[in-house]
Design a protein around this ligand. Structure first.
Ligand code: FAD
Length: 419
């Protein structure tokens, strides 16, 4: 059996940043396991710009952003095995992977970093009625076909779901000569970043129909059209509002789900809203020495935040291996209230915190002139006014160690209220 201090599963931006940070924190026995033939993760197919404004103060494409981190991994000579799919993580931190060159391999790790990213919600999970003709793709699959394989999925396109991938693909398909007729969104707000609505839809005159969904699929061999209908406040189609759109392609951009089968099988406790691991301030799961970061933990809007978070996981994995991470019990729970859907982390042990800790969260609806409040037990300790909060954008509050240490605080609450 191979041995490694820190095994990182996934060589996307999260895995790469975790590896660099673990190395820089002093560990020289790290292994990255990546199932693809190259490092970089989903960024390899994101050839649009808009990456890295926070990290590098420049606007990079996805592959350029990934290349910066791949270079750092190469400069440090951190070992990576590519084309290697992790099949199992045991509670004793034995990782089993399979590869065409090595066969079935086991690695005994001291610490594990989960960085497997996420996957798209498929048609089967969306309950769209109708036949199953060719021409229905997830937006990410279409992105891979166009940007990596060099194929056009179709010429007349309807997109269901206004998450970032759907918005990016509306622009991409248009630039490649397709006609994107409409983007339909079930919710009364877009699930994507504001900047993507402006740059990918508004700039190309592509209509966004909020509170609409696909209620029928037409065509048997190949898609010939879809029926859209308006939905009521419960998401139910309103009879009489149906509209027909002829199209040969339907792209689905209806949410991302953390890639959590490995984590769940290993006994990692999941957080109900994010569907990713439940973690503490060190990004450590309920299994001591197993950490999580990036989209496997919660779906991020910006890759810069993935890199920041992954660096914390990398440092803490080294602290764990060195016996410096304290385990005092459950930690202070972080609860949510008002419009806040979840927080990462979900518990905080002040002794393991850095001087400051960024707590990230998302809201469940659009808020204007809202307040983000933080309470330590019943005492409000922070009250920040924000002109707009939207579900598509990740939010944060920053806590200071000095405010929490030795205070016997029983609960930290993050709340969003309408102003
Ligand atoms: C279409 C799209 C557009 C985006 N646009 C932007 C943008 O404009 N700006 C921006 O800042 N961010 C953008 N993002 C977000 C950003 O790309 C992601 O947040 C980031 O890539 C997540 O990094 P990750 O490492 O967690 O996941 P990933 O990049 O998905 O990497 C996970 C890696 O784990 C590997 N893996 C999974 N399971 C296993 C296993 N069992 N064994 C071995 N390896 C495994 C995968 O092959 C993959 O390489 C976009 C994302 C998408 C999908």
């Amino acid at each position: 059996m191979k041995q490694a201090d820190i095994v990182i599963i996934g060589g996307g931006p999260a895995g790469l940043a975790a590896a660099v940070s673990a190395y820089d924190a002093g560990n020289r026995n790290i292994l990255i396991i990546e199932r693809d033939e190259q490092l970089g993760g989903i960024l390899n197919q994101c050839i649009h710009n808009g990456f890295g404004l926070h990290t590098f103060k420049e606007e990079l494409t996805g592959p350029e952003y990934a290349a910066r981190f791949i270079k750092q991994v190469e400069e440090r000579e951190i070992p990576c095995v590519l084309g290697s799919m992790v099949l199992d993580i045991s509670p004793e931190k034995v990782i089993t992977y399979t590869s065409s060159t090595e066969g079935l391999v086991q690695v005994q790790a001291k610490a594990v970093i989960l960085a497997m990213g996420c996957r798209e919600r498929p048609r089967g999970a969306l309950n769209i009625p109708g036949y199953r003709p060719a021409g229905i793709f997830s937006a990410g699959t279409a992105q891979r076909l166009v940007n990596i394989e060099g194929y056009m999925p179709g010429r007349e396109v309807v997109i269901l779901g206004s998450g970032d991938i759907g918005l990016i693909m509306a622009r991409r398909m248009t630039l490649e000569g397709a006609k994107v007729k409409v983007v339909a969104e079930l919710m009364p707000y877009s699930g994507g970043l504001k900047r993507n609505i402006v740059q990918c839809l508004d700039d190309f005159g592509i209509p966004l129909k909020l509170r609409h969904t696909v209620v029928n699929i037409h065509g048997k061999e190949r898609l010939t059209g879809v029926t859209l209908a308006e939905v009521d406040s419960h998401g139910k189609p309103i009879p009489g509002t149906e509209e027909e759109y002829s199209c040969d392609t339907l792209l689905l951009s209806c949410g991302l789900i953390p890639e959590n089968e490995l984590s769940r099988n290993a006994g990692v406790e999941m957080a109900p809203v994010t569907n990713g691991p439940s973690v503490n301030e060190s990004l450590e799961t309920n299994l001591e020495g197993v950490f999580a970061c990036g989209n496997v933990l919660h779906v991020h809007d910006l890759v810069d935040y993935v890199s920041q978070e992954a660096a914390i996981a990398g440092r803490n994995a080294v602290a764990f291996v060195n016996g410096q991470l304290k385990h005092h019990g459950a930690g202070i729970p972080v609860s949510v209230s008002g419009g806040v859907r979840y927080t990462v982390p979900r518990t905080i042990d002040p002794e393991n915190m850095d001087d400051t800790l960024t707590v990230r969260f998302r809201v469940g609806a659009v808020y204007q002139n809202a307040y983000i409040d933080v309470y330590f037990d019943d005492k409000r300790v922070s009250h920040i006014k924000r002109p707009v909060l939207a579900p598509g954008e990740m939010e944060k509050v920053v806590l200071r160690k000095s405010d929490l240490l030795g205070q016997n605080i029983q609960n930290i609450k993050v709340e969003v209220t309408q102003g």
